[in-house]
Write a protein that binds this ligand. Structure first.
Ligand SMILES: Nc1ncnc2c1ncn2[C@@H]1O[C@H](COP(=O)(O)OP(=O)(O)OP(=O)(O)O)[C@@H](O)[C@H]1O
Ligand SMILES: [Mg+2]
Length: 1045
């Protein structure tokens, strides 16, 4: 219930189908009630009734657009946006071409409604640079076409004076691609004439009011309406309409559509030419032959026109004032009377303007047309001039009303007749609803043989004197008994007295009321002829646009064939339009005019009732109430809704009808809601349909989720499987590799074990063939061989025999290292021995002494290293040669071991005196140097020990045994330059003679025994010692310091 609340408003129900009780009264009351509340829209099912509020209402805001975007048709207040949304969705989602038929009287709000539909669709379809451009171009075509095709009439300040059908084309996503505009019969008579209180087409006023000074100058125009005959009138400007601003809007719109500046200029130039043509005045005269003639009264305007269109004014004057008539093979120039001249002038102005309007539509189409090859869906919006009943109705009204009659026919056919016929066809139980079928009126007008239009054409083409009287007589004859045709004559025949029907008129009972048409001008307007001279003159102009409007003016293409009449052209285009509309899904907007005075919110019940009647709204409601809101072929129905049934989804194998039945049974709708026709399913109330749609929407979301789920699942699964596969390959390779390595390892080990085992087996098998110690022997053999090789090699490459050379080859095998070392030392010793053996005895003795010295002093006394360089000469004194030493020589004789000069330190004062020292095998003799007289002779056996210092000095103390003969004097302190040699030789001599080693002390502190007791000697290292040996310093009676260096 909630969903349909707006429609079930008790006081003013939103859908007249739900009206109870249904009567003209209640219907009118409801419309009025709603209108007064500001609800100008009401439904009859899906037909929208719109009552013109004549004031701006706040119901077209962007918020409203949002509210109705994808709305549930019956869940929201009736609105034109709901219709537009329904049509757009049906186009986008159901792929059905749509047409929106907007009908109603002049001023009922059709044009406004069409603009609202367009703007709604533009607002809800998707956005994007390209799409926005298309939308803008489509929307901007309106102000341009309105400027050139709309005019103020008594009924409507912005009355469309042409029919417009616009196909907006969309792609499969519902994005607009472009469009095509068709225009129908512009009311061109308005160019030259309009009744009081009306105006000419807006563009003239807009141009004069809004054109810049420069533009007007360029167009040779004056900014004064009253100056121009065609637009002159009591009211040039309209209250609440800013012509200047509108002109700017038109210019902007043309720019948006894609008009080039040149095109705009040319368009305005031609417009100016039309305006100026009205000011071309003619004056009459008589020719010599007595024929009437006319000429231009004031050449200025003609001159300017000529300049504007690039045509010699003379040519134009000739075309306006004379006419070429072809009689047999001759062409004769005949002059025109003033009325004929004016007729020609006006015909030219009308033709230029109407052709210009056609060019304008074609030009707009060029900009908005869709490139061929694209698949498209179409939404057509029809905004045609409304039904008109004037005081004086002419050819235009006849045509306009004919068109409206045809539209009503469509409405009747599709909503009343067709619908009812369909029920019968489909075998649905049905009680017929009476309605007025206007085909009879349509036939009256358009019948190809006996229709009014056919008669008119016949009359126009008939040779001889042609005038409206004969045409009317014909009609009277033909339709004498026609229910919808009346004229003075037929009334007279029926003896009806009607003063409202003048003699020159006929009356048609249209669906919307009786209209009396004055036949005057019918033939002329139907012929729509333009003197050839004029079209040729136009073609001769240099103005590219104007020239292109008159292709028939080209003498090359001149044809004598008459062009089709205006009536037949219109009939053909209306037939085409009808065919087009029949092929689409219709959406109706029926506009109602609430009052005649354009007053805001004024509801005149009588006027509305008349419209309700002729629009057939009552019948519409009745059929709707009795009928079914929705029908569809079983196949399409099943295709669309099969996802709602568990048996029909995803596939139904039976017939479509059985499928639809099974589906609806499962959905459990009340049986009265449904009817099963032969080929179609019928659903009674829109609510059920909306319920179906809602369920479908929900199900589609579910299914979409399912598909998404499956796809995501599939994607993840394949991804996972791929990863798994890769992982398996990786691990297989890895494991394979690891196993291969392991296997190789195992194989190696197995082979080794095998080899051992086999070796062991073989050895065991062959053991008996070998002696038990074969291996040892083999090894020994090998060892021996190696040793042999080594030794042989060594013998061949012995190192040099020089004693000092200690080189020796390294051992070739580790096991020979010790032996090699041993050999090395043997070799060395052997080398030394050899060397030793080869030495002469003196050298040997010397070396022995040196060796002995080394044993005694090496690393003990610092003097020792110095002594290494000194050869131990032993006999430093030449006892044999020097006669001074003869005595000493005699003492020493052959026993002399060493002779030298030493210094003896005085034990009393530490001073040293030189002495000669002789060492023999038995004695140590000290003699004075001058006389060489031995002063002291010590038996070697008396020497207890010898003390020396650690330092590199020559100081020594000879300690004597207490028992010795020389001991009385005490120990001797000596300083020798050959201390090492001396002590060594002393030691050797002792060893040789008594096999006793010399007791040698190498110390820094020792005591000596003197006559007067012991004396402590301290060795002190000092600089003062100098280089010539130690300096002995007596310190007290029992102490002496020996300064050494
Ligand atoms: N929905 C609306 N809201 C407000 N004013 C409106 C609305 N519809 C129409 N009108 C007013 O009514 C006037 C006439 O409307 P419109 O021009 O659409 O009539 P029409 O049916 O096209 O007439 P015609 O057949 O003469 O062209 C508009 O100029 C506007 O002022
Ligand atoms: Mg209009």
């Amino acid at each position: 219930m909630e969903a349909t609340k707006p429609l079930l408003d008790a006081a003013a129900i939103g859908d007249l189908v739900l009206l109870d009780p249904l009567s003209e009264d209640s219907l009118l009351r409801t419309l009025r009630e709603r209108f007064q509340r500001g609800d100008i829209y009401t439904y009859i099912g899906n037909v929208l009734i719109s009552v013109n509020p004549y004031q701006p209402l706040p119901i077209y805001t962007p918020e409203k657009v949002q509210e109705y975007h994808n709305c549930n048709f019956f869940a929201v207040e009736p609105h034109i946006y709901a219709i537009a949304d329904d049509a757009y969705r049906s186009l986008r989602d159901r792929d059905r071409d749509q047409c929106i038929l907007i009908t109603g009287e002049s001023g009922a709000g059709k044009t406004e409604a069409s603009k609202l539909v367009m703007s709604y669709v533009a607002a809800v379809c998707s956005k994007g640079e390209e799409v926005d451009k298309v939308k803008e171009q489509l929307l901007q075509s309106n102000p341009v076409l309105e400027a050139f095709g709309n005019a103020k009439t008594i009924r409507n300040d912005n009355s469309s004076r042409f029919g417009k059908y616009m196909d907006v084309e969309f792609d499969f996503k519902g994005e607009p691609l472009g469009g095509v505009i068709s225009n129908y019969l512009l009311e061109k008579s308005r160019i030259v004439r309009h009744v009081r209180g009306e105006r000419n087409f807006h563009i003239f006023y807009q141009l004069l009011a809004g054109g810049s000074v420069q533009l007007l100058q360029q167009l040779k125009l004056r900014r004064d309406c009253q100056h121009y005959a065609y637009v002159r009138g009591e009211s040039c400007s309209l209250p609440g309409v800013d012509d200047a601003a509108n002109f700017r809007a038109v210019q902007d719109a043309m720019r948006v559509i894609g008009f080039s500046p040149t095109e705009v200029t040319e368009l305005l130039e031609v417009t100016a030419v039309v305006l100026k043509l009205g000011n071309v005045e003619l004056s009459g005269s008589y020719q010599a032959s007595g024929m009437e003639a006319c000429s231009i009264a004031e050449p200025q305007e003609l001159q300017e026109i000529g300049e504007l269109i690039g045509l010699d004014p003379g040519t134009l004057e000739q075309a306006l004032c004379s006419r070429t008539v072809k009689a047999r093979d001759e062409t004769v120039l005949t002059t025109l009377s003033v009325p004929q001249g004016y007729y020609g002038r006006d015909a030219l102005a009308k033709n230029i303007y109407s052709r210009l309007f056609d060019w304008l539509v074609t030009r707009i189409n060029t900009s908005i047309q869709v490139k061929p090859g694209k698949q498209r869906k179409v939404m057509g919006v029809l905004d045609i001039y409304g039904f008109e009943i004037f005081q004086d109705n002419g050819f235009e009204q006849f045509i306009i009303n004919y068109c409206n009659e045809k539209l009503q026919q469509i409405f009747i056919l599709l909503t009343l007749k067709e619908e009812q016929e369909e029920y019968v066809r489909e075998g649905i139980q049905w009680t017929p609803v009476e309605f007025f079928d206007n085909s009879i009126i349509c036939n009256l007008i358009e019948h190809s043989k006996s229709g009014i239009l056919a008669m008119l054409d016949e009359e126009c083409l008939r040779p001889g004197v042609v005038n409206e009287d004969t045409f009317l007589t014909k009609l009277n004859l033909l339709f004498a008994t026609h229910k919808h045709y009346e004229s003075k004559e037929t009334q007279n025949a029926r003896r009806i007295m009607d003063t409202s029907l003048p003699p020159q008129c006929f009356r048609i009972h249209h669906y919307a009321g009786k209209v009396t048409y004055n036949v005057t001008g019918f033939i002329e307007k139907n012929n729509d002829l333009l003197f050839r001279d004029l079209s040729q003159a136009m073609w001769a102009a240099r103005h590219p646009l104007l020239r292109s409007l008159f292709p028939e003016g080209d003498p090359q293409k001149a044809s004598l064939k008459l062009p089709p009449t205006a009536g037949s052209q219109f009939k053909a285009s209306v037939a085409m339009l009808m065919k087009n509309l029949y092929s689409k899904n219709p959406n109706y907007i029926r506009c109602i005019k609430p009052n005649e005075t354009k007053a805001a919110m004024l509801f005149t019940p009588e006027l509305v009732l008349a419209q309700v009647r002729y629009l057939g709204l009552m019948e519409n409601v009745r059929v709707r109430r009795a009928g079914y809101a929705f029908r569809q072929l079983y196949g399409s129905f099943l295709e669309r809704y099969k996802m709602l049934g568990s048996r029909t989804w995803p596939r139904w194998t039976g017939t479509d009808r059985a499928g639809a039945e099974a589906l609806l049974q499962e959905l459990a709708f009340p049986p009265e809601e449904l009817a099963f026709g032969h080929t179609k399913i019928f659903i009674r109330s829109p609510r059920t349909l909306f319920d179906l749609e809602r369920r479908r929407q929900e199900r589609v979301v579910q299914l979409a989720t399912l598909i998404q789920k499956m796809i995501r699942g599939w994607r993840c699964r394949t991804q996972y499987q791929l990863m798994r596969k890769s992982q398996i390959i990786l691990s297989a390779w890895f494991r394979g590799h690891a196993q291969k390595n392991r296997y190789k390892q195992m194989k190696r080990s197995a082979l080794m074990i095998q080899a051992y085992v086999r070796g062991w087996k073989v050895r065991r098998a062959y053991r008996r063939y070998f002696r038990a110690d074969a291996s040892t022997r083999l090894a020994n053999f090998i060892y021996r061989r190696l040793v042999q090789k080594f030794l042989m090699g060594l013998s061949r490459n012995l190192p040099p025999l020089a004693v000092m050379d200690r080189t020796w080859p390294p051992a070739p095998y580790k096991f020979l290292a010790d032996a090699n070392q041993e050999l090395r030392s043997i070799f060395y010793r052997w080398k030394c021995k050899k060397y030793w053996e080869e030495l002469p005895p003196q050298r040997k003795a010397l070396l022995q002494t040196k060796l002995c010295a080394s044993e005694l002093f090496k690393d003990k006394k610092m003097l020792y290293p110095k002594s290494l360089q000194q050869p131990f000469r032993g006999k430093y004194l030449d006892l044999t040669q020097n006669p001074k030493y003869q005595k000493l020589h005699a003492v020493a004789k052959d026993k002399l071991v060493m002779s030298d000069t030493v210094r003896k330190v005085n034990r009393a004062n530490g001073k040293a005196v030189p002495r000669l020292l002789l060492l023999t095998t038995e004695h140590l003799i000290l003699a004075d140097t001058k006389a060489a007289q031995p002063k002291t002779v010590l038996s070697l056996g008396d020497i207890r020990s010898v003390s020396v210092t650690r330092f590199s000095d020559g100081f020594l103390v000879l300690h004597l045994k207490e028992t010795s003969t020389g001991a009385a004097k005490g120990d001797f302190l000596l300083v020798s330059d050959h201390l090492i040699e001396l002590v060594t030789r002393l030691h050797q001599t002792l060893m040789d003679t008594s096999a006793q080693a010399l007791s040698l002390h190498i110390t820094d502190q020792f005591s000596t025994r003197l006559q007067k007791g012991d004396m402590a000697i301290t060795v002190v290292e000092s600089e003062k010692a100098g280089t010539n040996g130690p300096v002995c310093k007596k310190r007290g009676s029992h102490r002496m310091e020996v300064l050494v260096h």
